[in-house]
Design a protein around this ligand. Structure first.
Ligand SMILES: NC(=O)c1ccc[n+]([C@@H]2O[C@H](COP(=O)([O-])OP(=O)(O)OC[C@H]3O[C@@H](n4cnc5c(N)ncnc54)[C@H](O)[C@@H]3O)[C@@H](O)[C@H]2O)c1
Length: 421
């Protein structure tokens, strides 16, 4: 079956534009390029069937081409209904990689696309949010016989998988790519930090300087958004439930307060917690007229959108990715990107330079699973330290940054208890 027959995309005519964009992203992905060149020679994934449920972006396209270069038989589907770049999807099909993803697809189509990817009978699953794993474990257990293992890209997915493991129900090994330092230190912090603000700005064209920006969640992503928001002149308030993160935010120079208080002062709200109803009805009831709310966490449940719908007397799409809700009494709340990941809905997701490291982890972890398939058990594993260190070194080399190494004397000193004052 050709890639085109086995795909569902918006328009194949977008492929030429998509190819150029994929090439552009690839310029910022030198580590993945090195892996791709080695994979092309060594074919470590020869004839391995892979189903990958990822944001269909130009960076993901570079990963898919790397896996294909390694000999894999890859099928892609979207990991979010609003994150697909239709040009990238079209180019992937022309590159011979079956792709099922259309920006703005409804939930029925979203799950149809996931099922098409699973019909490929994968031996490896690649997830961003654990949707493939969840469907295989719930509805398609007959696929388990063929599956060697899988990888998971994001925090929310790792949480879901650890819960499956804790219940004793995880049936195959997963490497938690998100837990690699070369992933969350950079992708979640600098990637989500920059691209979330990019999404807000592209959707609204508002000036951040002087605005009250409320960031719910001061984890890896929240730190990045708060830091970059401050850099653009916003007055940043952080909302947390973890005392340690809250102290960190205070000492990083941010105001910290409960969401009920922040709700009254915020001009722009961003949720990035991986939690549910972080902005709830009673918070929206006290927001200022014109408050902008959006989410950059994995699922669209962080803002209680059904309540907002109930509270509204009128709703209209005032700009792309901006829904104006008019409430009783005349106040307005603007919801961006339907509450879905705003950096992918209204902008282009993370810049390629950080996805270089995230996807280098994906490629090397998939190779690792195939090589070590006999030893791996049905557990959630961290990324082997040797892979993390190798990627960090390759990234530094690509950036032309040199660092020192320990002298023999220092190595002995650092591994000894004998020397003191
Ligand atoms: N937009 C993107 O492209 C992108 C990229 C990476 C991760 N993510 C997603 O973003 C979310 C956060 O990821 P992370 O790596 O920062 O996770 P994290 O675990 O490092 O941080 C989450 C923080 O939210 C806090 N939190 C939880 N419930 C809260 C509540 N009710 N109010 C306030 N704070 C609360 C937690 O205490 C924690 O500090 C996840 O859903 C993850 O999958 C999105």
């Amino acid at each position: 079956m050709t890639a085109q027959n086995n795909s569902d995309i918006k328009d194949i005519a977008l492929a030429a534009d998509g190819k150029q964009r994929i090439e552009w992203a690839g310029r910022e992905m030198p580590v993945l390029k090195l892996i791709s060149q080695r994979f092309a020679k060594e074919k470590p994934l020869k004839d391995i069937r892979i189903a990958a449920c990822l944001h269909i972006t130009t960076e993901t396209a570079n990963l898919a081409l790397t896996l294909k270069a390694g000999g894999a038989d890859v099928v892609l589907c979207a990991s979010n209904p609003l994150s697909t770049q239709d040009e990238a999807a079209a180019a992937l099909v022309e590159y011979g990689i079956p792709t099922n993803a259309i920006k703005g697809e409804d939930d029925v189509t979203y799950y149809k696309h996931i099922n098409t990817a699973l019909a490929h009978k994968p031996q490896l699953t690649v997830d961003d949010g654990a949707d493939l794993v969840a469907i295989v474990h719930k509805d398609k257990t007959e696929l388990l016989d063929d599956i060697i293992g899988g990888t998971e890209e994001t925090t929310t997915g790792v949480i879901r998988l650890r819960s499956l493991e804790k219940d004793g129900k995880l049936k195959y090994p997963i490497l938690a790519v998100n837990d690699a330092c070369t992933k969350h230190f950079f992708d979640n912090r600098y990637g989500t930090g920059q691209s979330t603000l990019d999404g807000i700005i592209r959707a609204t064209n508002i000036l951040l300087a002087g605005k009250n920006l409320v960031v719910s969640g001061y984890g890896w992503c929240g730190r990045g958004i708060a830091m970059r928001g401050k850099g653009m002149g916003a007055h940043v308030t952080v909302v947390e439930v973890d005392p340690l993160k809250a102290i960190e935010a205070v000492m990083d120079g941010f105001r910290v307060m409960p969401i009920m208080d922040a709700a009254r002062i915020g001009d722009i709200f961003v949720t990035v917690t991986g939690d549910k109803h972080v902005i709830d009805k009673h918070h929206m009831e006290v927001m200022k007229d014109g408050a902008i709310v959006c989410n950059s966490g994995h699922f669209n449940v962080e803002i209680n959108i059904p309540s907002l719908e109930d509270m509204a007397v009128n709703k209209r799409r005032i700009r792309n990715f901006v829904d104006e809700y008019t409430l009783k009494g005349g106040r307005h709340i603007f919801l961006l990107g339907e509450g879905r990941l705003i950096n992918l809905a209204a902008a282009e997701g993370h810049p390629a330079s950080v996805m270089d490291m995230s996807f280098a982890n994906q490629a090397l972890c998939l190779e690792y699973i195939v090589k070590n398939r006999q030893q791996l058990e049905p557990k959630v594993y961290g990324v082997p330290e040797v892979i993390d260190k190798q990627i960090a070194q390759l990234k530094l080399d690509a950036m032309g940054v040199k660092i020192d190494s320990l002298t023999e004397e220092q190595k002995i000193y650092l591994s000894s208890w004998k020397e003191g004052t």
